[in-house]
Write a protein of this length. Structure first.
Length: 151
């Protein structure tokens, strides 16, 4: 017989919650856990012990948007494009958009569009200049809260 490691109190609690949920809510809980594991939370935010702190570049590093990108991958990409932004400060907005996608079934493309605008406008408000990233969907005549498609 293989010796089994005893589950911690947190693991037992999570298992109890998981078992009490219906199939759709279990899938949502797992998707949210994977989002957090993928860096959705401020895991590399300054001030967290052991977190790497990289020098902030002066400008965003554009990465093209892949054709079939999912919101979690978009968050990872946008964090690479805008490493100078504190992910902890953006957690409420990114979590709300992820919840709208996962819990309410909002279209992934729409969520990614809003994530791109969120990152670009946060960069603009923090550093006072246009991000210049084409994927942000901002027109040069549009205000920071306007999407170029809505003009």
């Amino acid at each position: 017989m293989i010796p089994m490691e005893r589950a911690s109190a947190h693991e037992r609690r999570m298992l109890k919650i998981l078992r009490a949920l219906n199939a759709q809510d279990r899938a949502t809980l797992i998707a949210f856990g994977e989002f957090l594991l993928a860096g959705g939370a401020s895991l590399d935010a300054p001030g967290i012990e052991g977190a790497p702190v990289a020098a902030a570049p002066s400008a965003p590093r554009h990465e093209p948007r892949p054709p079939a990108e999912r919101p979690i991958a978009a968050i990872k990409r946008l964090r690479r494009v805008y490493p100078m932004l504190d992910p902890g400060e953006m957690l409420p907005e990114t979590s709300a958009l992820m919840a709208a996608h996962v819990l309410q079934g909002r279209d992934a493309g729409e969520v990614i569009d809003e994530l791109e605008v969120l990152f670009a406008t946060r960069y603009e408000s923090r550093y006072g200049e246009r991000a210049g990233a084409p994927e942000a969907g901002l027109d040069s005549d549009a205000g920071p809260d306007q999407d170029a498609r809505s003009l």
